[in-house]
Write a protein that binds this ligand. Structure first.
Ligand code: PMV
Length: 352
């Protein structure tokens, strides 16, 4: 929200600690209108705009310290050296930061995630948002919140939205024949969304915390290239975004929830029609979807959304969160976490 952005801007004027390192905290976000499909994989430019709510649970804390003389980045994830693809993605991201900052030093990066990694609970969103803020500060890149959102996007598309608190929309930007790479990059970033009187809760059913079988990156690519349903979903998603913004402005939870649920189920339909199919939904995911329908029939406004994993998130009124949690827990025999709107990414002032 605006307060967070101002705070971030102010902090970025002097974001580095005395040893040249910086620590940042960011929270995951859950999309109510999803990002699914890249039109440019290198620049991470999506086909459609997306809109999300940043959470107040599962923060990621990331420290970046420059290591003059080192020949490689040293990346630790939850206390253990980052393996394979995870480490490569961090180094590729730091290469981009180094190129922009005109510096060559390698870095020591420590990340602690409180969200299960790779289980469709947006660990890459909080992870790359925190890395963008900490690495920009450590390498002396002076970026405002919009610039940080563009930078975070290059690590993981959904991370562009976690720079902001509350609700945020990530603009896809448009392609024309004359667009340079810089123009394309500048046009695609997140920004805060104006919201009326709305204080929702998101009840997260933790059905499976293990890493997913197919990465969202691969699943998106396969969907765009092979699913005959993809184009139809992308088109309807544009209408969903217009309706969602209107509903948020009016504080209309029922419409927010209906649009979010149909947009998410439509996204999963595109994947199910990919060749070969990508199926993140488990039998228990469907049980929770049934529970949500039953709650609605009983007069409780509750709406489901699901990302690239089996976990179901249920949007409801804050005052109904206990009842919804109880119903989900009873039906799925799983742990449940209740989240609310959370803050945008920020530098940790404690290390200065
Ligand atoms: O940012 P990525 O590459 O992890 O993709 C995230 C995609 C979804 O979580 C499924 C949807 C979204 O908009 O966050």
């Amino acid at each position: 929200m605006p307060v967070d952005v101002q705070l971030l801007d102010a902090q970025l004027l002097d974001g580095r600690s005395r040893d040249g390192g910086a620590t940042a905290v960011a929270h995951p976000n859950i999309a109510l209108v999803k990002y699914w499909g890249k039109r440019d994989a290198r620049l991470v430019l999506p086909y459609t705009d997306s809109l999300s709510m940043t959470l107040d649970v599962f923060p990621t804390t990331t420290s970046v310290r420059l290591s003059p003389g080192a020949t490689a980045d040293e990346v630790t994830l939850n206390g253990a050296p980052a393996q394979g693809e995870a480490g490569r993605r961090v180094t590729a991201f730091l290469d981009l930061v180094r190129e922009r900052a005109g510096r060559a030093e390698r870095a020591v990066v420590g990340t602690s995630n409180t969200v299960p990694t790779g289980a469709g609970l947006a660990s890459s969103a909080s992870g790359f948002a925190a890395l963008a803020v900490a690495s920009a500060a450590a390498y002396g890149l002076r970026l405002d919140a919009t610039g940080l959102s563009r930078l975070a996007r290059r690590g993981s598309g959904s991370a562009s939205r976690s720079i902001f608190g509350g609700f945020a929309v990530w603009r896809a930007g448009a392609n024309t024949d004359r667009d340079t790479e810089t123009a394309l990059d500048l046009a695609s970033h997140a920004e805060p969304v104006a919201v009326g009187d709305l204080t929702p809760a998101l009840v997260i059913a933790l059905l499976d915390a293990g890493p997913k079988a197919v990465s969202s990156r691969e699943a998106m690519r396969r969907t765009v290239e092979t699913s005959p349903l993809y184009r139809a979903w992308a088109e309807s998603s544009r209408d969903d975004l217009v309706e969602m913004r209107e509903a948020l402005r009016h504080g209309d939870l029922a419409t927010v929830g209906e649009v979010a649920e149909r947009n998410a189920l439509g996204m999963h339909a595109t994947m199910l029609a990919a060749r070969p199919a990508v199926r993140y939904l488990s039998p228990t995911s469907l049980t929770v979807l049934d529970t949500v329908l039953r709650l609605r029939r009983d007069g409780v406004p509750a709406y489901a959304t699901i990302d690239a994993g089996p976990n179901v998130k249920v949007l409801c009124r804050r005052s109904d969160a206990d009842q919804v949690s109880e119903a989900v827990r009873a039906a799925a025999s799983c742990p449940v976490v209740v989240a609310h709107c959370g803050p945008g990414a920020c530098l940790h002032t404690g290390n200065r």
